[in-house]
Write a protein that binds this ligand. Structure first.
Ligand SMILES: Cc1ncc(COP(=O)(O)O)c(C=O)c1O
Length: 392
């Protein structure tokens, strides 16, 4: 932002850091628009066709004039479909009243921070982790306390970290499983220990499950919904359901938080997008779920190709990702400045990836993130060839 403008804006906003992946996305799209052949591995955005039932439901909603606002917490059929999905996937009964449909899970994450954090409070996050979370915390005048996570512990925090990093000011712990950028999951015992540990300290446990449904091995992540009903569980239509541009997510919240959240959603958003909600109901039809599950196989094939290929080139992948659609790799062999490395790859190889500094501070300059969701496997092969040309 130009300095001449900065002093006109609030400190809270001036202090926000840019979401670097979006800087790379903009640069990649500008080059594509200028006719360059860019291989897009920066953005965490599934690029798949909508299942026909979802497309039809959206068309019907438009044809029937669904142009108005809806209830602030979402339309009843969608909240019920989400509760039924939780039951079928995790065997847990969730009262649809505790399901809040949001404008992407971004709105859910922001509102949970608004709900729980006073100025001066802190929230524990993992480093590396989803970049926007720290900014949601800053927006509340609170401080993110970033827990460095290592490949030896699946890039996830555990009870010992909670004990070490918890402070007087801590209002809670936010984890994502599988996580962005590492794709790693928290095993059931660790998740349960974190939940109990946070509860014992009087804090809030927030679990981002937006990459659920995208795990490739035998181990499927346990949903935090199975642990209790006094925690915040976030999900989204952006990843497994492949509808990022429809801007729809949801959260399951403790009953006591519902009134406050209703008031926030009324004020901040009025309601989540109407046509998107009608389309999303059809995403839970067995035929649509079958389409999403098949996609997982395509993504797994991409991961299984890329991990060894990148290792052969000299990238350090210390813990192969269990899920999501990312590979977090160290670039020590090539550079100690991930941002310069990524700009250079865009320039010389026409490959867009994301620097590790987008995701935190811990060893961040030595890392980059590859996303394998936007390009088919043939293009990933071409990416590896281009990488070999410029790096070896
Ligand atoms: C871990 C995580 N949480 C939340 C989000 C926000 O997604 P959306 O607002 O599209 O639901 C993302 C987006 O990439 C993410 O990676």
């Amino acid at each position: 932002m130009p300095d001449s403008h900065k002093n006109k804006f609030s400190r809270r906003i001036n202090d926000l850091t840019s979401f670097k992946v979006v800087d790379f996305l903009d640069a990649a799209m500008a080059r594509q628009a200028a006719g360059e052949n860019i291989i897009r591995m920066e953005v965490g955005e599934p690029v798949f066709e909508l299942p026909s039932r979802v497309a039809k439901a959206a068309q019907q909603a438009i044809a029937s004039g669904a142009n108005g606002y809806t209830s602030s917490l979402g339309i009843a059929p969608l909240r019920e479909a989400i509760a039924a999905f939780c039951h079928s996937r995790y065997g847990v009964s969730v009262d649809p009243q505790r399901v809040v449909v949001t404008t992407g899970s971004s709105a859910a994450l922001g509102m949970i921070c608004d709900l729980l954090l006073n100025p001066g409070d802190s929230l524990l996050l993992s480093d590396p982790g989803y970049p926007c979370n720290a900014n949601f915390v800053y927006r509340c005048g609170a401080t993110p306390v970033q827990i460095p996570v290592t490949p030896e512990k699946n890039y996830q925090p555990d009870l010992a970290d909670l004990q070490h990093y918890w402070q007087e000011s801590s209002a809670g712990l936010l984890v994502a499983s599988p996580s962005n950028p590492t794709g790693d999951i928290i095993d059931r015992a660790t998740l349960a220990a974190l939940y109990e540990g946070v509860k014992a300290r009087g804090g809030a446990f927030i679990v981002d499950e937006i990459y659920h449904g995208l795990c490739y091995g035998d181990e499927q992540p346990c949903s935090a919904l199975n642990l209790g009903d006094d925690l915040y569980v976030i999900n989204s239509f952006s990843k497994y359901f492949g509808m990022p541009g429809w801007r729809l997510g949801w959260m399951v919240v403790p009953e006591q938080a519902l009134d406050a959240i209703r008031i926030m959603t009324q004020n901040f958003f009025i309601s989540p997008p109407t046509v998107a909600q009608h389309a999303a109901v059809a995403a839970f039809h067995p035929e649509s779920l079958e389409v999403f599950d098949l996609r997982r196989e395509a993504l797994q094939a991409r991961r299984d190709f890329l991990v060894p290929a990148l290792r052969d080139l000299g990238f350090g992948i210390h813990h192969p990702p269990a899920g999501a659609f990312y590979i977090y790799a160290d670039i020590i062999r090539f550079s100690d400045d991930g941002e310069a490395f990524c700009w250079d790859l865009l320039e010389r190889a026409g490959i867009a990836i994301t620097p590790g500094t987008d995701f935190g501070h811990f060893n961040a300059r030595n890392h980059v993130r590859f996303s394998y969701t936007a390009e088919p496997i043939e293009r990933l092969r071409e990416a590896v060839e281009r990488l070999a040309r410029v790096l070896l």
